[in-house]
Structure formats: structure tokens, C-alpha cells
Design a protein around this ligand. Structure first.
Ligand SMILES: O=P(O)(O)OC[C@H]1O[C@](O)(CO)[C@@H](O)[C@@H]1O
Length: 541
């Protein structure tokens, strides 16, 4: 592998200054630098990767054992080595029928049974057959969860708004009381179902919000709060301790990571909103991407290609961040969702064998939907001193045929941005513009300097027909597998998250301190802040 890395660096050293645009003079640039499923086109041609570099990147994937590791994941081997767990979120959406054995047991029947129970529950709620304590049907669902127990269902529920025909779904995650207070004040407890979603059922934010919600229910409907509760967890003992009836608990196994969990019971709010059929279509889309990932050749494989481009930009070009730019308002939570998926998975500094890495791993992931971002941070993307690889997402069609003019503008803007990033505008062209505006001499030069775009800024684009449940499933599975591909090449465990532990421990230790206990020997900055924050301001607005 070292030799391949060296050759990639050599390639970059020799080609970094060339114009990406000139690469389109090569034969079949588009064919070689795109990959497709029936629905999704991934175009990576607007990058400075040439045919030699692509071949080396594919070699890198091969040399890292990607195909073997992918097969080990799908087979249920315990590839999450620090937690000695299999990684089988793909099983939740699988349509395969061959037994899948984990710890001596076929996990498929249990998955199918849970999906059936979810569907029966969701159908009952949606039809008004399952009601609250007063007999009124549920109009609203509040999902209480955080991280993977919030971001996935919140992102997908918003993405699928055109398919909603069930109760309204709300999401409360933050322990900041403002979040639950602002949510509950718009709702009627008699017609509200609370779903408490927590893999561990110990997460302090979720447990605190759940207790507040149960108090709110009790005040509104009396002691029969159980009629308004459901839980999603791997910890059935803890859901029972909270008094949630077993038939309202939807369990999953520890081989589903939190940030990969929206395909199972954590997806209950999605199913409540769009119904079991559309939820199954969502699963089918993800399964179609799984099949593609397992069977397509490395150079034609969407997650592999996307991962290789990511590795090129991170390790060879040294770009520290990447921007996710969905030209799809209903994907506005996608960047936040991907921040957890990507950064919690690949924000690691040691190898699987616990050695410090000599290379960079996961970049900072950020973004906003287009066209909003254009009017905020695209200035930096186009003319700033930091190059940020951009990832565009765009649908051929929206769900509002009566607003076709909007969608045409959306598409034109998306295409314009990737073109502008690549092509830029030369100083000479800017000089001409300045002249037509009436500038001359030094003023013309100054104007032209400000209106020059360096260009040569890389982007990739995902184009899809329409954001249906099936297509959304494919897109999310694609991103999951891209994270896997990059993690394998970086030699890290993408499935644990020890980096979130220290802050949790310190928060527990600081709780009594912010409530008045002695701050002890903490650093002077923390002590100063504790003092400032202890000066209570009262409740006046
Ligand atoms: O579902 P749980 O157990 O409440 O955890 C919520 C989130 O917290 C984390 O463990 C990080 O703190 C995530 O990985 C997880 O998605």
C-alpha cells in the first residue's frame, strides 16, 4: 500500500496545477468518471483525478482488503473489534432469505417479526384504532431521542413529506428544556404519542426529556400515560423499568450501531408518517444499494468511487473539510445527519490495532441546502483561500409539478455552481467585465482582481429522478457505504465512538458543581465560568 500512496502523491505533485477542465479533452472522461445504478448517477468527473490516479485509487481499495472486509460485514463477522460486535444494519433492510447467523442464531426471523410488529402498531395508530387514554386518535407523534436515535428519523421524515398521510411527527433531542417546552406547548397530550428512542436507554438527554414528557402526559391525561408511550431500544429491561408495556417496545440488537439504526425500530416515526408500504420501499432502496455495493466492480461501484474521491481529497490533496450541498430543501437535515454518520464513524486517530495513525482520517463534514448556501458561504467556496470539495445532490423532478419554474431554477443553480467552481473566471475575462462597467487604469485592475475566480475547485454530483422513499433509501445506504470504504482504507474501526465518552463523564461530574457543590481543583477557566453561570438571572425574559 505504501507504494500506491507514494505513486498517488507523485501524481498529485505533477498535476496539482493543471486545469480540471482540460481533463475533459481525454477520451471518455464522462464514462470513466461516472457510475450509475438504475436511479442514481454519480459524476466525479469535475475533480482533478486523472485515469492514472483513478487506477491507483482502485488499487488502493484492493490492497486495503476492501472486498473481503465488505463481505465480512455482510456476513455478520464481528468487525466492530473494540466492542466485539457484528455490524449488520444492512440485515434490517435485507430481502435475502438465506439464514444470517450471529452468535449461533439466525437473525432474520427476529428482524422480520419486529418489522411486522412495527407495521401493525403504525397501522393501528394511523387508522385511529389505537388511541390515547381518552379514546381520541393520535394526531401527533413526538420522538424523543438524540444522535442516531434522532438524526436519521428526523432527516428521513422531513425528506419524505410528500408521502406523509399519518400523524404529524416532531423530534425532541436537546437536553435544553427549550426544545421540549417549545414542542409540547403546541400539542394536546390527549392526542399525542411519545416515542422514546434510545439504543442504550441510559442517554441522559433522552431520559431527562422522557421524564418531562411523562409528567406532561400525566398532567394532561391522568395516570394512564402508558397509552401514550412507545419505546425503541436494545435494553428491554430498562424500558420495562420505565413502565412501558412490552407490546409497545420495539427492540433491536447491539449489532446495529446508533447512527445506522434508522432502518429498524428507530425508523418508527418515519413509518408512522408515511405508512408501512412506503417505509418498506425505503428499505428496498437501501437493499438495492447494498446489492450494488456487493456486486459492482470497484471502479463502477458508487460507494467505492465516492470513497476513493474522498480519500484523494483528504489524504492526497489535504482538504480538511467537505461540503454537502443538497439542492433539495427536504434534504435540509442531510448535512447534520451525515455529520454524525461520517464524523462519529471516521473521526478516529488510531488504527484497529490501536496504533497512532500516520495519515489523516475523516474530514469535517458540513453543509446547507442550495440555493440557501449560495447566499451565505459560497463566497468562500469560490474565492476563499481554503479549497472545499463540494458534493451536490439534485433531483430531475420535484414533487410540485405546478411549481416547475422553481425546480428549473433549482437545477440551473446547482449545475451553475459546480460549473463555476471548476471553470472559474480568468483575470483577463474579469478585466473585460470591469472595462464594460466603465473602469480603467488601476481601478480596472482592482475591480478585475476582485472579480476573478480561481476555478479548479473540485465537486461531485449525485443526480436522481425524484426523492421517493426508494431513492432516499439508496442515497442513505450509499453514504453509509462510502463511510465504510474510507474507514477500511484508513485502517480504522468506523463502528465505535469512544470519543464521545469523556465529555459525558465530565458532564456527570459537573452537574453537582453547577448545582452549588465545590468546584474543587478544576482549571481556573472552568471555575470562572462556573461562577458566572451560578449567578442566577431569574425567569424574566
Ligand atoms: O440511542 P442512544 O443509546 O440514546 O444513544 C444516542 C447517541 O449517543 C451516542 O452514543 C453518542 O453519544 C451515539 O452514538 C448515539 O447515536
Amino acid at each position: 500500500m505504501t507504494d500506491i500512496w507514494r505513486q498517488l502523491e507523485q501524481n498529485h505533485a505533477e498535476t496539482a496545477d493543471r486545469a480540471i477542465l482540460n481533463l475533459f479533452d481525454e477520451d471518455n472522461r464522462i464514462g470513466d468518471f461516472s457510475a450509475e445504478t438504475d436511479d442514481i448517477l454519480l459524476d466525479v468527473s469535475k475533480t482533478n483525478i486523472d485515469r492514472d490516479a483513478l487506477a491507483l485509487l482502485v488499487d488502493l481499495a484492493g490492497a486495503s482488503g476492501l472486498a473481503e472486509k465488505r463481505d465480512a460485514m455482510f456476513a455478520g463477522e464481528p468487525i466492530n473489534s473494540t466492542e466485539n460486535r457484528a455490524v449488520l444494519h444492512t440485515a434490517l433492510r435485507s430481502q435475502d432469505t438465506t439464514p444470517l447467523i450471529v452468535d449461533g442464531e439466525d437473525v432474520r426471523p427476529g428482524i422480520a417479526d419486529t418489522l411486522r410488529r412495527m407495521a401493525a402498531f403504525a397501522t393501528g395508530i394511523r387508522a385511529g384504532d389505537i388511541t390515547g387514554a381518552t379514546g381520541a386518535p393520535f394526531t401527533d407523534v413526538v420522538n424523543i431521542g438524540i444522535g442516531g436515535s434522532d438524526l436519521g428519523p428526523a432527516m428521513a421524515t422531513l425528506a419524505l413529506v410528500p408521502y406523509h398521510d399519518g400523524p404529524r411527527c416532531h423530534f425532541v433531542s436537546n437536553v435544553d428544556g427549550a426544545h421540549i417546552a417549545d414542542t409540547l406547548k403546541t400539542l394536546d397530550p390527549a392526542t399525542t404519542l411519545i416515542v422514546i428512542a434510545s439504543k442504550t436507554f441510559t442517554t441522559i438527554e433522552t431520559m431527562t426529556n422522557a421524564a418531562t414528557a411523562i409528567d406532561w402526559l400525566r398532567e394532561g391525561v391522568g395516570e394512564n400515560t402508558g397509552a401514550h408511550l412507545a419505546a425503541v431500544s436494545t435494553a428491554m429491561d430498562k424500558t420495562a423499568a420505565m413502565g412501558i408495556a412490552p407490546e409497545r417496545v420495539f427492540g433491536f440488537a447491539d449489532w446495529v450501531g446508533g447512527r445506522y439504526s434508522l432502518w429498524g425500530p428507530v425508523g418508527l416515526p418515519i413509518m408512522l408518517a408515511v405508512g408501512p408500504d412506503d417505509f418498506r420501499a425505503f428499505l428496498s432502496g437501501a437493499h438495492a444499494m447494498d446489492r450494488h455495493f456487493r456486486t459492482a466492480g470497484l471502479a463502477r461501484n458508487l460507494p467505492v468511487l465516492m470513497g476513493l474521491v474522498g480519500v484523494w481529497h483528504r489524504n492526497i490533496c489535504g482538504h480538511a473539510t467537505r461540503a454537502v450541498l443538497p439542492y433539495d430543501q427536504r434534504l435540509s437535515r442531510l448535512p447534520a445527519y451525515l455529520q454524525q454518520l461520517d464524523m462519529e464513524s471516521n473521526g478516529k486517530g488510531v488504527s484497529i490495532s490501536g496504533r497512532a495513525l500516520g495519515h489523516k482520517t475523516g474530514p469535517v463534514v458540513w453543509g446547507e441546502p442550495g440555493t440557501n448556501g449560495q447566499h451565505a458561504f459560497y463566497q468562500l467556496l469560490h474565492q476563499g483561500t481554503e479549497v472545499v470539495p463540494a458534493e451536490f445532490l439534485i433531483a430531475a423532478d420535484g414533487h410540485e409539478p405546478h411549481l416547475q419554474a422553481h425546480h428549473d431554477l433549482l437545477k440551473a443553480n446547482c449545475l451553475a455552481q459546480s460549473e463555476a467552481l471548476m471553470v472559474g473566471r480568468s483575470f483577463d475575462a474579469a478585466m473585460e467585465i470591469a472595462a464594460t462597467l466603465g473602469y480603467d487604469g488601476e481601478d480596472q485592475r482592482i475591480q478585475a482582481a476582485h472579480r476573478t475566480f480561481p476555478g479548479n475547485r473540485p465537486s461531485i454530483t449525485l443526480a436522481y429522478p425524484k426523492l421517493t422513499p426508494f431513492v432516499l433509501g439508496q442515497i442513505i445506504a450509499l453514504y453509509e457505504h462510502r463511510v465504510f470504504v474510507e474507514g477500511v482504507i484508513w485502517g480504522i474501526n468506523s463502528f465505535d465512538q469512544w470519543g464521545v465518552e469523556l465529555g459525558k463523564e465530565l458532564a456527570s461530574a459537573l452537574l453537582p458543581v453547577v448545582q452549588g457543590a465545590d468546584p474543587g481543583t478544576r482549571d481556573a477557566s472552568t471555575r470562572q465560568l462556573i461562577k458566572k453561570l451560578s449567578a442566577r438571572q431569574g425567569n424574566a425574559p
